[in-house]
Write a protein that binds this ligand. Structure first.
Ligand code: LIP
Length: 268
């Protein structure tokens, strides 16, 4: 069995686990039944379903790979913690990316899981239960959505649609985000703020948008999406062009070649 065969077999099992978790989410459920709690920073929420989904995924991942630690967004929900950049192997998981959308019945959120070895993402699964679209990638073996291979767009900057996040948990970054949009908009077609970084990166990999930036995200927001983007031929880094790693919150810039370069220039 080759290394790619080993990872592909693991990807298939993780895909089934993540899709089961996503399909169990009560999309459109009345907010009063979500047991919503506020976390640190404004607009930062967690529901009983974020925690239950993470607990389910942690148990499934530990059964699949007992030697791998599990790093999840939510506390007290089965996570081990640790530094994903230095661990031999681990999972980096956002059980519901786009929780603010989920709470409001806005059906644009995803279950995002990355499996890392030696500090590199080698398997990615991002599942959108509303559209039943499962985005997957194995390092060196391409990126796919429901079995169809993904390729970033070749849209030029003047016609481009760029996704972005407003870093709502970090109000100090709001003005800077607006200044970047002010610089960017005259050079592109339009922007979108959809509310799930994992899906923004998956849609970038699928060529549905052409670039993405957000000034502060957590590793679980980009861990899987970053592999989708690179396996689909796109570029991704922090705002100065350095590798993101998977250990600490950072700004994220991604795109096809042209948009990636334009976004780096606007963020600098
Ligand atoms: C969210 C991201 C979103 C970003 C928010 C938050 P969460 O993830 O997907 O793009 O703007 O600040 O990080 O908190 O819903 O998992």
């Amino acid at each position: 069995m080759t290394e790619t065969d080993r990872l592909w077999a693991m990807k298939t099992k993780l895909e089934e686990l993540v899709c089961r978790a996503g399909d169990a989410l009560p999309l459109g459920r009345d907010a009063s039944q979500l047991q919503i709690q506020e976390k640190s920073g404004p607009a930062n929420y967690v529901t009983v379903f974020d925690k239950a989904t993470q607990q389910f995924l942690a148990e499934g991942c530990h059964a699949l790979a007992p030697e791998a630690l599990f790093i999840g967004e939510e506390e007290d929900a089965g996570g081990d913690g640790g530094n994903a950049d230095t661990l031999p192997c681990c999972f980096v998981v956002d059980p519901i990316d786009g929780t603010a959308n989920f709470i409001r019945g806005w059906r644009h959120s995803a279950v995002s899981l990355a499996y890392l070895e030696q500090g590199q993402a080698v398997i990615a699964v991002v599942y959108d239960p509303a559209l039943r679209e499962c985005f997957t990638a194995v390092k060196g073996a391409g990126a796919y959505v429901n079995g169809q291979q993904l390729q970033v767009s070749d849209t030029p900057c003047k016609d481009a649609v760029v996704g972005f996040g407003s870093s709502p948990y970090y109000p100090a970054l709001r003005q800077q985000s607006i200044q970047i949009l002010d610089k960017l908009l005259p050079q592109i077609g339009d922007v979108r703020r959809a509310g799930s970084a994992a899906l923004d990166l998956a849609w970038l990999a699928a060529g549905r948008m052409d670039g993405f930036f957000e000034l502060r995200l957590s590793p679980w927001d980009w861990a899987a999406g970053s592999l989708l983007v690179t396996e689909a031929g796109g570029m991704i880094s922090d705002p100065v062009g350095a590798p993101l790693g998977y250990a600490v919150p950072k700004g994220v810039v991604a795109g096809n070649d042209q948009l990636y370069r334009l976004l780096l220039s606007c963020l600098r």
